[in-house]
Design a protein around this ligand. Structure first.
Ligand code: ZN
Length: 405
């Protein structure tokens, strides 16, 4: 079956849900004759899914649904995703493939620290481990003493964690001087944007090889892609999903190698198929054959969220590049905020950053302005503020405030 037919099958299944019946109201499947026709279909966004609460996404009869998961969302209504037995099985198959790609085998003992429950994390790591035939150690998060004791006594060889929890564990192991009792050889880290500095620290302190695993609750959960032993880009299991990269502002399709927002259409999902779902993750497609031999295409390591990307005076600003730039300047902390205003016919970018320095604020501002101009191409107005002075947002990583529109 060709890709278009697979996609059309999935649209056909999706349209059995109350949500897609309405979303694609005037759509006649026979009118989709080419990929270009498909590329004109409306996107599905997380906000749309919230409106389908609680079970508006369900596309099969009740007796076929065996489980739900839910993405929390810091505000408002959660999104509920129903799963059939096939969905749960497929997810485990993809996850096993992730472990195998990372060189993890049935001989490994997999220490799972992500949470269990409505969230998709812990249970996905576990199902994949069991299918692989490895030993799953379902710890869940927290209780660092117990984590380290079990890690030593059970000789865990693989740690699964968020980057921040992996760092915390690494620091505790160092602090307790038990590094030589730890048997870890690999870490599988939930994919979020995290700096090279942090990666080196975790890898170095734990003595492990690190892998980024990709996924989101709306599309199974973690495990829909992972990087291999050769490259930092992540292989994506395209037998289960069709990927597009779009310009997040215009929605236009971009070509291979261009950075934009990843949009996913599920190809095999039964409980809640999703069509052209906007992930808001910024990346690019890499279609060249990977040295590792895996035929699945890859996406580059995530560089941020499309909600955080801004265009100003022709330059595109990604938070990951601002992170990088600031982390290289001594005396500047990692907390910053960007404010964009339109004043007197001109776009003005103000960059607030925190610093513990009190005497050298003006010279730090000059350095930041200079570096910004050099690396990003435009000159901001830099403003140094004291540590803790920038408002901490409830929503994670809101760093850019665009007041132009
Ligand atoms: Zn590869």
């Amino acid at each position: 079956m060709n890709t278009l037919d697979k996609i059309k099958n999935s649209i056909h299944s999706a349209m059995k849900s109350a949500f897609y019946k309405k979303h694609f109201e005037s759509l006649n499947l026979d009118d989709i004759k080419t990929m270009e026709d498909f590329n004109r279909l409306p996107f599905t966004d997380k906000e749309d899914l919230r409106e389908a609460y609680p079970l508006g996404l369900q596309a099969v009869p009740d007796e076929k649904i065996i489980r739900i998961h839910s993405s929390s969302g810091t505000t408002g209504t959660p999104v509920i995703i129903p799963y059939t037995q096939k969905d749960v099985n497929d997810w485990a198959i993809m996850f096993r493939r992730c472990y195998e790609t990372a060189g993890i085998t049935a001989m490994d003992r997999i220490h799972i620290t992500p949470g269990y429950g409505l969230w998709t994390a812990g249970i996905g790591f576990q199902a994949g481990a069991e299918l692989l035939g490895a030993l799953a150690i379902p710890m869940g998060p927290g209780n660092t003493d117990k984590q380290i004791k079990m890690m030593i006594d059970l000789k865990s060889t693989v740690i699964c964690a968020t980057s921040s929890y992996a760092l915390l564990l690494a620091e505790e192991i160092e602090k307790r001087g038990v590094r030589n009792k730890i048997h870890l050889r690999k870490g599988v880290i939930g994919s979020e944007r995290w700096g090279e500095k942090m990666r080196k620290r975790i890898a170095g302190e734990l003595g492990v090889e690190l892998y980024d695993i990709y996924g989101l609750t709306e599309i199974y959960g973690p495990g829909i892609g992972i990087n291999c032993q050769k490259q930092s880009a992540m292989h994506i299991w395209t037998d289960y999903m069709y990927c597009e990269i779009i310009d997040p502002k215009t929605g236009e399709l971009l070509s291979d190698g261009e950075t934009g927002e990843l949009v996913i259409t599920t190809l095999q999902k039964e409980g809640a198929p999703l069509i052209r779902y906007r992930t808001h993750d910024l990346t690019k497609m890499i279609s060249d054959k990977c040295e590792c031999g895996l035929a699945y295409p890859r996406i580059a390591a995530l560089i941020g969220r499309s909600d955080d990307m801004v265009k100003i005076r022709g330059a595109i600003i990604y938070p990951s590049r601002v992170d990088e730039l600031l982390s290289a300047i001594e005396g500047v902390s990692s907390e910053y905020q960007i404010m964009i205003d339109h004043l007197n016919g001109k776009d003005i970018l103000t960059l607030f950053f925190e610093t513990a320095e009190t005497d050298s604020k003006t010279s730090l501002e000059k350095t930041v302005e200079h570096q910004f101009k050099e690396k990003i191409g435009i000159t901001p107005k830099a403003k140094a503020v004291g540590m803790g002075e920038l408002p901490r947002s409830e929503k994670k990583s809101t760093r850019v405030f665009d007041n132009r529109y």
